[in-house]
Ligand binder design. Structure first.
Ligand SMILES: *Cc1c(COP(=O)(O)O)cnc(C)c1O
Length: 420
């Protein structure tokens, strides 16, 4: 999103404020040009014979976004059977979908198996049970290399007591289970968590994975998960994908030579592909002066964008209605009956009631984590593609909130007199 001649615009000159006028706020808008840019950065960075980027769709699950990544040539990384089903609906071939759940039942894994998708198993107990009944199905194994990554303790999944993956120290046990059950291991995987800050951490994890990979004779792919960080504010640290690409490409190509086979290098990024493509726009309801600060209260809250409250995440906020006014210092808060603060002491161009504020980096883990708390509707979503805007999700209505509620008939129904 760029400020041009006093207006905030997406690629191809699509004006953000006019989208608000057309679709109303609160509104999520995604720009496919940014998704494509990020996808190309990955495919250009890793110069290996076989590369597969599986979009981790939990970041943003709208079916149009799934279809766009399919068109770009991506596969799909899924963490629930419902995401598998959505991927199939979006038109992905089963073989282009990998199911990487955590702590799910054997039944759910068997359901995924029924769809013919790739299976990634993340604990020895399930591996053993699976191997006893389905040893004809090749699987991928999720290894936990215990490399510390992750910008917040909630998203770091590599530490020693993490619930994710099979500990690297349990590898001998894995090999025994594989041998006893006759399972074929076609893939080996690690995902150390979101927000990898430097290539070195990643490469240390990679080294551990290569080391374990040698013990499996039937590999087709090595999956390095994700955790690529994108900038959320000016001068923010971000994963230098080009630098990582250069280093890992060389190491991976060497490994393939040692292994004696051209394996597929896989990644499963979510945030990297969609975070920067998204903008979230809200209306300012109140501008309120307290004893120590000026508060801007907006028609949204933790129900629509929970990352600031849940992860302490920083999302840049700009005033797109009054972009060239004098900046002042604001605390931006939501309308939910909780302390749902979006940002403290933010320098924002003067805010008036009725102005529209826009949040940056609203593509990943924003709409997909939205809820109906306080019985509020979830926002509409719009996709901008080659200069045109498309509504890809309707704003909810009261019917959506009531849809699955059952009037059990236990208590007397209160009849509303509509003429009153
Ligand atoms: C969430 C998740 C990802 C995507 O992580 P990002 O930080 O969004 O890139 C990849 N793989 C697995 C297994 C995940 O659970």
């Amino acid at each position: 999103m760029n400020l041009k001649n006093g207006n905030y615009e997406l690629s191809n000159g699509v004006n953000l404020l006019s989208l608000c006028e057309k679709y109303d706020c609160p509104l999520y808008v995604y720009d496919t040009a940014i998704m494509k840019r990020q996808y190309k950065r990955l495919t250009n960075a890793f110069k290996v014979k076989k590369l597969k980027i599986n979009y981790a769709c939990k970041a943003l699950t709208n079916i149009n976004v799934l279809r766009y990544f399919k068109q770009l040539g991506a596969g799909l990384d899924t963490v629930s059977i419902q995401e598998v089903q959505m991927g199939l609906k979006a038109g992905f071939a089963p073989d282009d979908i990998i199911f990487t759940p955590n702590c799910v039942s054997l039944e759910e894994i068997e359901q995924a198996l029924g769809y013919g998708v790739k299976i990634n198993i993340d604990n020895i107990e399930i591996l053993e049970q699976f191997g006893h009944v389905h040893n004809e199905v090749p699987v991928c194994i999720r290894i936990n290399p215990h490399i510390l990554a992750g910008g917040s303790s909630k998203i770091s999944v590599g530490h020693i007591d993490s619930k994710f993956g099979i500990s690297i120290y349990q590898l001998p046990h894995v090999l025994r289970v594989v041998e006893a059950t006759g399972l074929t291991v076609e893939g080996i995987h690690m995902h150390t968590g979101s927000d990898i800050l430097d290539s070195e951490v990643f490469l240390r994890g990679a080294e551990i994975l290569f080391n374990s990979a040698k013990d499996f004779k039937d590999l087709e792919y090595v999956d390095f998960g994700s955790g690529f960080k994108v900038p959320y504010k000016e001068n923010d640290i971000a994963t230098d994908i080009e630098d990582l690409g250069e280093k890992l490409t060389e190491r991976f190509n060497n490994f393939c030579e040692e292994y004696g086979k051209d394996l597929t290098l896989m990644f499963e990024p979510g945030k990297f592909l969609v975070s920067e493509s998204g903008v979230f726009m809200v209306n300012v309801n109140v501008v309120k002066q307290t004893t120590s600060m000026v508060i801007a209260g907006v028609d949204s809250g933790q129900n629509h964008l929970i990352r600031p409250m849940f992860y302490n995440a920083h999302h840049n906020i700009v005033n797109i209605s009054n972009p060239e006014a004098k900046p002042r210092i604001y605390t931006v808060v939501g309308y939910i009956c909780e302390t749902d603060t979006f940002g403290i002491n933010r320098k924002i161009s003067e805010i008036r009631e009725g102005d529209v504020l826009a949040f940056y980096n609203a593509g990943a883990y924003c709409f997909s984590m939205a809820s109906n708390y306080n019985s509020r509707y979830r926002p509409a979503e719009v996709l901008v593609h080659e200069g045109k805007d498309y509504l890809i999700r309707k704003r909810e209505t009261i019917e959506d909130l009531m849809r699955n509620q059952v009037e059990a008939g236990i208590f007397e129904e209160h009849v509303v007199n509509e003429n009153k």
